[in-house]
Ligand binder design. Structure first.
Ligand SMILES: [Zn+2]
Length: 243
């Protein structure tokens, strides 16, 4: 129960009152002293006037409640995390069976992030996974990139060409070196993604990450990154240190 605060009092509650009056801009004494003197009385009066309360310079419970609400509203809302400012996912290398493939928890978290970004762009989620990590010799065409951690192949057959572009974009925003692959590269259509910074990447996958940073396609021909023109190459801040 809030008690009425009035001139002459000294208390911690008066100090809080002064801090809140400061927040709403009516208390200009340099310090919240905890003493309810003339400055405080004047600041309370000004607040009361501004808010059409009875102007008496006394902080009754109703006045204090309104002040608390208004003072809280002046605080800047916390800046929402964006794909750029998102923290690096934890280096959690426990293996999980996820949508029919094996990945580590870090890769899984990154994929879920990418799906969140993709969904916001209107892309159908969840993505279907065609190949995961820790799959040595599983798919010859993959050239060993899926032998260890951080690698994923994502199905694209249920998506429009525009949808595939946005999937690549979202995967890149989440910190994957990701490319759309198709017949031009000798593959059936899919997206190949490698988690940047994964400590269990195979040597081949690690090379692909460097190729990605260099604006190339991560394939043997080391051709230019074809997706760059459509999806851009958005790299979250945390991933840049692996360049
Ligand atoms: Zn792949």
């Amino acid at each position: 129960m809030t008690t009425t605060l009035r001139p002459g009092m000294t208390s911690a509650s008066v100090r809080v009152l002064q801090q809140r009056l400061k927040a709403v801009g009516t208390f200009d004494y340099p310090k919240a002293t905890g003493f309810y003197g003339n400055y405080t009385r004047e600041a309370v009066s000004q607040f009361e006037r501004r808010n059409h309360l009875k102007v008496d310079g006394i902080a009754d419970p109703a006045m204090q409640a309104l002040l608390a609400k208004k003072a809280a509203a002046t605080k800047a809302p916390a800046k929402p995390t964006t794909w750029q400012t998102a923290a690096e996912p934890a280096h959690d290398y426990r293996r999980v069976n996820f949508r029919g493939v094996t990945v580590n928890v870090r890769t899984q978290q990154m994929l879920l992030r990418a799906e969140k970004y993709a969904k916001a762009m209107g892309v159908k989620v969840p993505f279907g996974l065609a190949q995961g990590s820790y799959n040595p010799g599983g798919v010859t065409q993959s050239g060993g990139t899926h032998d260890r951690g951080g690698a994923l192949d994502i199905r694209t057959r249920d998506h429009s060409p525009r949808g595939v572009v946005l999937m690549v974009k979202a995967l890149r925003q989440a910190g994957f070196a990701a490319w759309s692959r198709d017949a031009r590269d000798g593959f059936s259509p899919h997206i190949h993604a490698v988690a940047i910074g994964d400590r269990q990447l195979s040597a081949a996958a690690a090379n692909q990450v460097q190729s990605y940073f260099a604006g190339r396609n991560g394939l043997r021909n080391n051709a230019p990154d074809r997706d760059r023109a459509t999806a851009g190459r958005p790299i979250p801040n945390w991933a840049r240190r692996y360049d």
